[in-house]
Ligand binder design. Sequence first.
Ligand code: PLP
Length: 483
Amino acid sequence: MKDLVDKIAALEKISKQLEPSVKDRNDLNREAQMFANSFLENLESYSAYNSQPPKFETLSLQKMPKTFSELLVAFNSEVVLKGIKPASGKHLGYVPGGGIYTAAIADFLAGVTNEYAGMYYASPGAVTIENELLNWMKDIFGFPSSAVGNLTSGGSIANLIALTAARDKYKIKNEKITKSVIYVSPQVHHCIHKALRIIGLEDIQIRFLELDENYKIITSNLIKYIEKDVLNNLNPFMVIASAGTTDTGAVDPLLEIGNIAKQHNLWYHVDGAYGGFFMLLAQKKHLFKGIHMADSLVVDPHKGLFLPYGLGAVLVKDKEAVFHSHHYTANYMQDAKGDLQINPSDVSPELTKHFRGLRLWLPLQLHGLKPFIASLEEKILLTTYFRNNLKQLGFALGPEPDLTVSYFWYPSKKVNQNEFNQKLLAFIHAHGDVFLSSTKINDRFVIRMAILSVRTKKKTIDSAVEMIAFCLKQTNEYFSTLS
Ligand SMILES: *Cc1c(COP(=O)(O)O)cnc(C)c1O
């Protein structure tokens, strides 16, 4: 016994190192705070993109502990200063959000208190906050209070949960899989295809719908496809619309598609990961008419509400459909019976889950909704401003966007246009001041702009225009020396 107690005492001496003293905590906090302040103060002067790879040796795990200051230096040089800078307002590629500071404070508090947000029984307060946020979203999108939802790590997992519910509601399994049909836009986000494979629907039939000149689903074709599939003894199952496509920012005609879905008894899923929260703008509401008809809806607060990465959301009207795959009772969870609210763990593959609701709840409570709405409207106007400037530089533009994603290309007459624009983008990436990504639209290589970072301001767009004008000159020179 004495031996045992001595051993425990010896181990405690070492394991205690994981629990810093008040003084140590103060020191750590101070250093982290200084780092965060310096990062944010200097953010604007950083390039939005640096293509250099990190030094592996600097990041590899070392046998001997290092000091926090040493690690911050390595973190800064090899992580923060390399790659794309998502916190920067000059990130106009993919779908940026920026990351508001008060959400980071919430993450800190969620980490320190380590609330268990998977079940009401464990943290009724945390689960109440998460459900309150979901209720708020139900209100925005016109979902009934009986709908269930989940705060996920992002839009991909949110889409996965929605599609699983659709599968279970319509019992798409066994020989039914290959006969069932899903209707999507060719512009649907690729996470939908991933989700279908993950949930065992890889062999389902996918109909790609024709799009109009604004890259929106043509609904008359949808009806034709459904009727033809019924005639061929197939099983029309689900239609997926996008409330803001990633490539072109288009919002599909949600009301018309909703009506067709109801008429033909299809599950109606809307992916609003990029565009959903633009519904908060009075002048954009009309685009989202009919979104309330969806059986399931995905939005991404780490895009449209400017949070740091790590928060998506899904709403599903049919609770039983969601519970079919996710609700589980195990013996070791018998104490959790009789919970007063829906448990997040019954709506998601996750059991133990980070208390990610706090990172949305705190900013909403601290700032109110107004600055979020103003910021969304600002992004819409900046998109127009950017496009106007590009036009003056001689660029060709994609169609007037519904929201804040658009694209452009230089209609070079001397050289193959795709080649010219690829070279132009290479110069833009090498320049690095403002980050833009590219995509292919109807085989045309185009440069894409996605304006959704909370830190993108008018002066950001001015620098982007300046950079593009400079790179355009470089590209012209490059091709003229070739010829
Ligand atoms: C970003 C995006 C997704 C994927 O969401 P993640 O948060 O990146 O997992 C899905 N659909 C659309 C339309 C998106 O823009």
